[in-house]
Design a protein around this ligand. Structure first.
Ligand code: 5AD
Ligand code: SF4
Length: 448
């Protein structure tokens, strides 16, 4: 009889993709996915360490899941992902979990499970430069039409605040053949959208055997876009220091590559950027935005930004706000700095901004972005967008929702459309987060 595996995923899109790799590895060894943790033989929690509050949430959840072992004596609880890498050994020692596997150890999970069943310590947090999960076709977990494919793993940038290079190890690119195999598998399974993932997609580089010219990110984008003109292609995340004109031109050239670039700024002051080791200046970033707008005038630009980094003065924070206004981001993920043990900033810089001030600055940032988002959305009224229908709107059974190429949520009355269709929608009104309109017509693939 098959054993049952329940996976819970926290954190970034890379974790969502990794959970599908884990499901595939476990399926090879006779595990099937269960939607119900009460039925499970093993529960795996895929975790994020990027900020302290992300870890706190997982702690609470693990305690709750651990209590299930009272009812189900044979249940094994596993910690995977970034927290496993960072503090998995302590958690195993304290018997919070039975299994610990870091981001490069997922092939090892069935073995670790067996060890845990035998009552032995089951931990593998080794990071390697080789593991890219070649030839594992991820097991897609729901009947979604949109999914992720990782193209690089790890990060070499060592931004001073960031834990990722320590939890996910050194950067490595995946063979385009494996990437394409995954994309084809998605197409065969009815997927209409793929997001190519990496911590720094611009540094994607693969040298095929016997060749002298490497495959770069813009080549890869083109290869994937050409595979099926009815498959939308997105990607995340480019790095402002590395994003190339060749990439932007490729986006402009293919209607099925979405006109949206997520370009994390983090801060809008040269001194702060230097302390963060971001390796670009405000001027450079502005130049990249201008380059993008020159080739793709209707490209949406979104960002990650945080306040309260070590030594941030009011004036420097104001620089961040000014930059947000200058770019006029469509949306932004906004955070307050959270010191991560082991990073350069934790070791060498003083986390000297009080929680209170961080909170106050974050509120100002959010307030500004809300206004900017609303202005951007207002600008879209009366325009027509191509939307991939994703599902029924949360607010009304009679409406569908889906995203525009610019990654904006669009809501419209269902009419004769169905999930997975491309439709043109004319926008009539908006909120800060959503465009609302009427369907004009169906189309068979993206055209602009
Ligand atoms: N504190 C706050 N935010 C952080 N991020 C990364 N590390 C930290 C940290 N220590 C943010 C960055 C990054 C996003 C994924 O999380 O904005 O782009
Ligand atoms: Fe972290 Fe910087 Fe790498 Fe992004 S680029 S994962 S912020 S170190």
């Amino acid at each position: 009889m098959k054993k049952k595996l329940y996976i819970e995923t926290y954190g970034c899109q890379m974790n969502v993709a990794d959970s599908e790799v884990v499901a595939s590895v476990m399926a090879e060894r006779n595990f099937e996915i269960s939607e119900d943790h009460d039925q499970a033989d093993v529960i795996l929690v895929n975790t994020c360490s990027v900020r302290d509050n992300a870890e706190k949430r997982v702690w609470g959840r693990l305690r709750h899941l651990n209590a299930l072992k009272k009812k189900n004596k044979s249940l094994k609880l596993g910690l995977i992902g970034c927290m496993a890498e960072r503090i998995g050994d302590e958690m195993l020692e304290d018997k919070v979990v039975d299994i610990v596997a870091g981001p490069d150890a997922y092939r090892n999970l069935p073995y670790l499970y067996d060890k845990a069943v035998d009552g032995e310590d089951a931990i593998n947090v080794e990071l390697t430069v080789e593991e890219t999960y070649d030839s594992i076709i991820p097991k897609r977990m729901n009947d979604s039409i949109s999914g992720f494919v990782s193209i690089t793993r790890g990060c070499n940038n060592f931004c001073t605040y960031c834990i990722v290079p320590y939890t996910r190890g050194r950067e490595r690119s995946r063979d385009p053949k494996d990437i394409l195999a995954e994309v084809r598998d998605m197409i065969q399974n009815g997927y209409k959208e793929v997001t190519l993932l990496g911590q720094n997609v611009d540094s994607y580089k693969w040298l095929p055997e016997g060749e002298t010219k490497p495959v770069r990110f813009h080549h890869l984008l083109e290869i994937v876009a050409k595979e099926d003109p009815a498959l939308r292609v997105r990607f995340s995340t480019p790095h402002p220091k590395d994003i190339k004109e060749s990439v932007v031109k490729t986006i402009a050239k293919y209607p099925n590559i979405c006109k949206h670039i997520h370009l994390p700024i983090q801060a809008g002051d040269d001194e702060v950027l230097k302390r963060m080791n971001r390796r670009y200046t405000v001027e450079w970033y502005k130049n990249r935005v201008e380059m993008i707008r020159k080739h793709i005038p209707d490209c949406s630009i979104t960002t990650d930004v945080f306040c309260g980094f070590c030594g941030e003065t009011e004036e420097q924070f104001q620089g961040t706000l000014d930059m947000m206004k200058w770019v006029h981001y469509d949306t932004a993920f906004m955070f307050k700095y959270s010191e991560r043990p082991g990073t350069y900033a934790a070791k060498k810089l003083d986390d000297d901004i009080s929680e209170e001030l961080k909170g106050e600055r974050l509120s100002r940032m959010i307030e500004l972005q809300n206004r900017l988002s609303l202005e951007r959305n207002n600008n879209d009224i009366d325009k027509v967008f191509e939307v991939l229908v994703e599902g029924t709107s949360k607010k009304s059974e009679d409406d569908f929702c889906g995203r525009s190429s610019q990654n904006k949520m669009v809501v419209f009355p269902k009419q004769d459309a169905k999930i997975g269709d491309y439709v043109r929608v004319k926008i009539a009104r908006c909120t800060q987060t959503t465009l609302i309109g009427e369907m004009v017509e169906k189309i068979d693939k993206p055209t602009i």
